[in-house]
Design a protein around this ligand. Structure first.
Ligand code: LLP
Length: 419
C-alpha cells in the first residue's frame, strides 16, 4: 500500500488519518512517513551493497534531527554544507568519518571545527579554498582529506536554478583547470588529496548526464594517476530525481549497475550524496483552506500554508500534487490556484488544479519532504510549521511549531535615547 492513500474517503499517511493530525497539531504542518523514508534509504543502500560505497545523505534537503537520527542509525553518512549542518550531524550521532563537507564558501571557523572532529573529506570548490584549508590544517597540526569538485560541463537538463554542472555557475573547478588545481593541492602542506567529486544538478530524471559526468571524472582520475596523484574515491554528488507528477526516474539499481561497470577493477571507493531521493516522497505539507475566493479570471483556494513554508513552486515552478484530505461527494469541481496568505503574487503552492473543496477543508501537498521545511522562513513574520513523524499508527511531534516568542527572541525594539 502506498504511504499516502484513501481509506473510505479520508486520506491516510500509513495508518494515520490526516484529519487526526490536523486536529492534534493544527496546520500548517509537515507530516513524514518513517516507513517511506527508510524504504528510500534502503533502496540506495541495497543497490550499492555490492560496492565499496559511502552514502552520505545530503541533509540540506531536510535536516530535522529525528529524521537524521533515523538515517544515521540505518547506516547513513552525511553530506553537510555549513557549520550548522555539521553540528546537526554530530547531534544525530553521525560518526565524523561518515561526513563529507561540500559548499563553495567554507569559513575558517567551519574548517577548524570539521578538522577538530575529524570528518571524512572536504569537497573543495576553488583554488582559494585550498589555500585556506591548507593554512587552517597546518596551524592545527592536522591533515585535511581533500576531494576536488570538478565541474564536468554536462547539461543535466533540469531547471536552471538547480542545474550546477555547466560552465557559468559558481560551483566546482572548471574541467580545464582540474589538473593544475590537483597539482597545487598535492603540493600544499596539511592536505592529502583523496578524491574527486561532482554534483551536476538536482531532480535529474535520466541517467545519461550522471554517466557522462562519471566518464569525464574517470578520465581525469587516469591522467592524475599517470602523474603520480592516485585517488581513493569518486563522489557523484546528489541522487536521482523523484516523481512529483508523471516523471519516471530510473530505478537506483540501474544507476548502481552503470557505476559498477565503470568502476570495476579500479579500486576506487564510491561516495554518493542523495538528498531529495531519500526524503522527498516521505512527506506531505498539511494545510487548511481558509477561504475560497473568486477572482475575475481565476478561483483561489486561500490556505494557511504559504511560500514561506514551501517555496519550491515560487522559486522553481516546482509542481506538487494537491489532495483533498476528505473527498466530498456532491461538491462542484472548480479550477483553483492554491495560494497562501503572503503578500506576493508568487505565493502559490499549486496552479490550475481541479478540486471539489469548501472553506475549512484540509489539503495535503505531496512530495514536500525535501526542500520544504529546510527552505522555510519567517517571511511576513509567519512562525515556522510543526513537523510530525508517522510510524505505522503512531504519531510523534518531531519539531514543535515555532512560537511568536521564539521568532522574536533574537531582536528587541531599540528605543530612542531619553532626553
Ligand atoms: N550534493 C551537493 C553538493 C548538492 O549541492 C546537492 C543539492 C546535493 C548533493 C543533493 O542533491 P539531491 O540528491 O537532493 O538532488 N532546493 C532545490 C534543490 C537544490 C539542490 C541543491 N543541491 C529544490 O527544491 O529543487
Amino acid at each position: 500500500m502506498p504511504a499516502l492513500h484513501y481509506q473510505q474517503q479520508t486520506l491516510y499517511l500509513d495508518d494515520v488519518a490526516l484529519p487526526s493530525i490536523a486536529h492534534q497539531f493544527t496546520t500548517p504542518c509537515f507530516v513524514y512517513s518513517k516507513r517511506t523514508l527508510l524504504q528510500a534509504w534502503q533502496a540506495y543502500r541495497d543497490a550499492f551493497a555490492g560496492q565499496d560505497a559511502l552514502i552520505c545523505y545530503a541533509m540540506k534537503a531536510n535536516s530535522n534531527l529525528s529524521l537524521l537520527k533515523l538515517l544515521v542509525d540505518a547506516g547513513a553518512g552525511m553530506d553537510i554544507v555549513s557549520g550548522g549542518e555539521l553540528e546537526r550531524a554530530l547531534l544525530a550521532g553521525c560518526p565524523p568519518e561518515r561526513i563529507v563537507f561540500s559548499g563553495v564558501g567554507k569559513t575558517v571557523t567551519e574548517m577548524h571545527r570539521a578538522l577538530e572532529v575529524g570528518i571524512h573529506c572536504f569537497n573543495v570548490e576553488s583554488s582559494a579554498e585550498l589555500d585556506r584549508l591548507s593554512a587552517v590544517a597546518t596551524r592545527m597540526g592536522k591533515t585535511a582529506a581533500v576531494s576536488l569538485r570538478i565541474n564536468p560541463d554536462v547539461d543535466a537538463g533540469t531547471h536552471p536554478y538547480i542545474s550546477t554542472g555547466l560552465k557559468g555557475n559558481k560551483f566546482g573547478i572548471a574541467h580545464a583547470e582540474a589538473l593544475a588545481t590537483y597539482r597545487k593541492a598535492a603540493s600544499l602542506p596539511g592536505l592529502q588529496v583523496v578524491g574527486i567529486d561532482c554534483h551536476i544538478g538536482s531532480q535529474l530524471t535520466e541517467l545519461s548526464p550522471f554517466i557522462d559526468a562519471l566518464d569525464r571524472l574517470l578520465s581525469l582520475v587516469d591522467q592524475l594517476a599517470a602523474e603520480g596523484i592516485v585517488l581513493q574515491h569518486v563522489d557523484m554528488g546528489g541522487g536521482i530525481g523523484i516523481c512529483y507528477d508523471a516523471e519516471t526516474p530510473p530505478p537506483v539499481r540501474d544507476y548502481a549497475q552503470a557505476i559498477a561497470e565503470r568502476l570495476a577493477g579500479r579500486g576506487l571507493k564510491l561516495v554518493l550524496e542523495p538528498g531529495r531521493a531519500i526524503v522527498g516522497n516521505a512527506g506531505v505539507l498539511l494545510t487548511r483552506v481558509e477561504f475560497l475566493k473568486q477572482g475575475e479570471t481565476k478561483n483561489f483556494a486561500i490556505v494557511d500554508a504559504a511560500m514561506n513554508d514551501l517555496i519550491r513552486p515560487a522559486l522553481y515552478e516546482g509542481w506538487h500534487q494537491v489532495l483533498p484530505v476528505e473527498q466530498q461527494e456532491g461538491l462542484p469541481e472548480r479550477v483553483y490556484d492554491v495560494v497562501g496568505p503572503v503578500c506576493e503574487s508568487a505565493d502559490f503552492l499549486a496552479q490550475d488544479r481541479t478540486l471539489a473543496i469548501r472553506a475549512g477543508d484540509l489539503l495535503a501537498i505531496g512530495s514536500a519532504g525535501a526542500y520544504g521545511m529546510a527552505m522555510s522562513s519567517n517571511y511576513n513574520s509567519r512562525v515556522r510549521a510543526a513537523e510530525i513523524l508517522v510510524d505505522g499508527d503512531r504519531v510523534q511531534l518531531i519539531r514543535q511549531r515555532e512560537t511568536l516568542a521564539q521568532m522574536l527572541a533574537c531582536e528587541q525594539a531599540c528605543l530612542p535615547e531619553a532626553g
